[in-house]
Design a protein around this ligand. Structure first.
Ligand SMILES: Cc1ncc(COP(=O)(O)O)c(C=O)c1O
Length: 591
């Protein structure tokens, strides 16, 4: 009986693996599904994957406008109605593969296009082709960088990335190490967990976090400090905000020292000092060397480990490539202004060498796809020893690299390690230098243009990052003089409030023009953003008046297609928006 069943079952398949027509329905459907998987064998023609990838790229390309064109994909200006998502149901039957590919491409309708010459809202770069293709390759074979057995040579993408970035930092690549993880906030979480375990001991991994140790980070530090303290169980109330210098926005070393000496006298341990390298908008770079010296000067109470020094360098790390730049010979021919800014950035950033760990986002200043972040550690063995767990029953250590024994994640996609690695291999020192310095050249051009227009003023002219924050004043107003008044003179408070409203109205009008996808004054509108509190006014240093802050329009030009023409459009349309708003709000409007 069993013999018959066995032979009948085997008889449903032909020698080439196809099923016979007399096989039951499940085998027929399964055979159809099988066509939707990559072939296990090499084939030179009719590769369905190559065909579908080709179609999908074409479909995505069809969503791009012809030049010059709107800055979003497709032609549907409507805002997504996410409430209809609950109507989704699982299809009853197998669907056509091509139809799913078409529907997948349709989901990109309306999305901002990060590569467009008019796109400059935030620290969002388009991805370079080496990274895109390397990451796509992982989707074919699904390497899992949990361990060498599941990714084999693909593990080199993580290990070699770590070695290359360690050398950029100035660490010994033999003792340093790195792990790719889920974003700058993932790096921060890794940093805090490492810090907690170093300071409170490995026992804290069993007994939990029972000590109100402190995380010291500047007021301007990224809000993911909340995620990390919350999710590790340290608690958000254990963050101490260190004051920042009102001009540079960088952490005040004096205030840091004051806080650390106070904690020292009270026998309260510091879990970690976090230096931001640099901050998201102002690109302020905190004083890492001083933070290191203070950690040595004010040691934690007996029984606790040394306070950890973490650098949140997710938007700063690639400036380290200027370590190899000859600033005298200036081989890439940067303008004197930009060269000075680059030198200032590099000089400040090189102190990350003093950190215990550093977060590096490739999906920010590495021009790689989301998400792609490398958590770098100076002493990898120390981290491994602190964080190691016993192995699992179902995984064996078949190779010498098994990071799954100490990472937060179990499975980790190699999409991000391959993307990061391919980026480093492709761009090298010179490629990254040209992108970084090139963006500063474009940014400087915008700042010059703002200076030439009397009704606009750049409000962060001293920052050396990519962001230009600027205010547009009513027609006929001397923007520079008016801004100075609003910044320093409490008597100009009402004018400040009114002009803050003007910035918001201009930003909203530009947003509406960008999203309607139409020509305005003969041009497509740029996609920018704005800040509702770039800095407090000088008479509101303590922030007691939440309205006495500087609003500003923001240009964050991260892609390489942005040219002086993009900036000219931005300025023209910002002024045109201002003029329309003036007409709409004038007492005669609507009469
Ligand atoms: C300074 C800084 N740290 C951390 C983050 C969080 O990074 P992610 O969005 O990759 O999680 C950001 C994001 O902009 C950032 O600018």
């Amino acid at each position: 009986m069993l013999e018959e069943r066995v032979s009948e079952f085997a008889g449903w398949w032909q020698d080439d693996g196809a099923v016979h027509t007399h096989a039951p329905a499940w085998a027929q459907v399964r055979a159809d599904v099988q066509q939707a998987f990559p072939s296990p064998y090499s084939s030179t023609s009719n590769d369905p994957l190559a065909r579908l990838v080709g179609i999908s790229i074409q479909l995505l390309d069809n969503l791009k406008p012809t030049a010059p064109g709107r800055a979003f994909l497709g032609n549907d200006p409507s805002t997504p109605d996410y409430s209809r998502a609950t109507q989704a149901t699982l299809p009853e039957k197998l669907q056509l593969l091509d139809r799913v590919v078409v529907e997948s491409a349709q989901l990109f309708q309306g999305m901002p296009q990060w590569n467009h010459p008019l796109t400059m809202p935030n620290v969002i770069p388009p991805a370079n082709l080496a990274a895109i293709v390397a990451a796509m390759m992982t989707e074919v074979f699904s390497p899992n960088i949990i361990e060498g057995e599941y990714s084999w040579n693909v593990e080199f993408s993580e290990l070699e990335s770590a070695a290359m970035v360690a050398k950029l930092i100035g660490w010994d690549a033999e003792t340093a190490g790195g792990l790719y993880t889920f974003g700058g906030s993932g790096c921060y979480l890794y940093g805090l967990k490492y810090a907690l375990t170093q300071v409170l001991g490995a026992q804290s991994r069993h007994g939990g976090i029972r000590t109100n140790g402190k995380l010291l980070v500047s007021q301007q530090g990224h809000y993911c400090k909340l995620n990390a303290t919350d999710w590790t169980g340290l608690g958000m109330d254990n963050i101490i905000a260190i004051e920042t210098d009102p001009d540079t926005n960088a952490m005040s070393a004096d205030h840091l020292e004051w806080v650390m000496s106070k904690l020292y006298n009270q026998n309260i341990p510091v879990i970690s000092v976090v230096c931001t390298i640099g901050t998201t908008d102002a690109f302020a770079i905190d004083p890492v060397a001083k933070a290191r010296a203070l950690i040595e000067r004010y040691p934690n109470p007996p029984g606790y480990g040394k306070a950890f020094l973490y650098c949140d360098a997710v938007i700063g790390w690639s400036w380290l490539t200027f370590a190899k730049y000859d600033f005298q010979a200036n081989p890439l021919g940067f303008s004197p202004e930009v060269l000075t800014a680059i030198a200032a950035n590099y000089t400040a950033i090189q102190d990350v060498i003093y950190a215990d760990a550093i977060g590096c986002d490739f999906h920010k200043v590495g021009w790689a796809p989301y998400n792609c972040s490398l958590f770098m550690m100076k002493d990898y063995a120390a981290f491994q020893n602190l964080m190691r767990r016993p192995g699992s029953d179902y995984l064996q250590e078949r190779t010498s690299y098994n990071p799954g024994l100490y990472t937060l994640e179990v499975s980790r996609s190699a999409a991000y390690s391959m993307a990061g690695w391919a980026t480093l291999k492709f761009l090298g020192y010179e490629g990254l230098q040209a992108i970084l310095g090139g963006i500063l050249e474009i940014q400087t051009h915008l700042r010059h243009s703002l200076t030439l227009e009397p009704t606009t003023v750049c409000v962060n002219a001293d920052d050396n990052g990519f962001v230009t924050l600027f205010r547009v004043y009513p027609s006929g107003v001397d923007a520079t003089a008016q801004y100075q008044r609003e910044l320093t003179d409490p008597a100009a408070r009402d004018q400040l409030y009114a002009n803050n409203q003007l910035q918001e109205a201009i930003a909203n009008k530009l947003w509406n023009w960008f999203r309607d996808g139409q020509l305005h004054y003969g041009e497509y509108a740029p996609y920018i953003s704005y800040s509702t509190g770039f800095r407090p006014t000088e008479y509101n240093a303590d922030g007691s008046d939440p309205k006495a802050v500087i609003y500003a329009l923001k240009a964050f030009p991260m892609n390489l297609n942005i040219t002086p023409a993009s900036m000219a459009t931005l300025l023209r349309l910002a002024l045109a928006a201002r003029t329309e708003i003036e007409a709409e709000t004038s007492p005669c409007a609507g009469v």
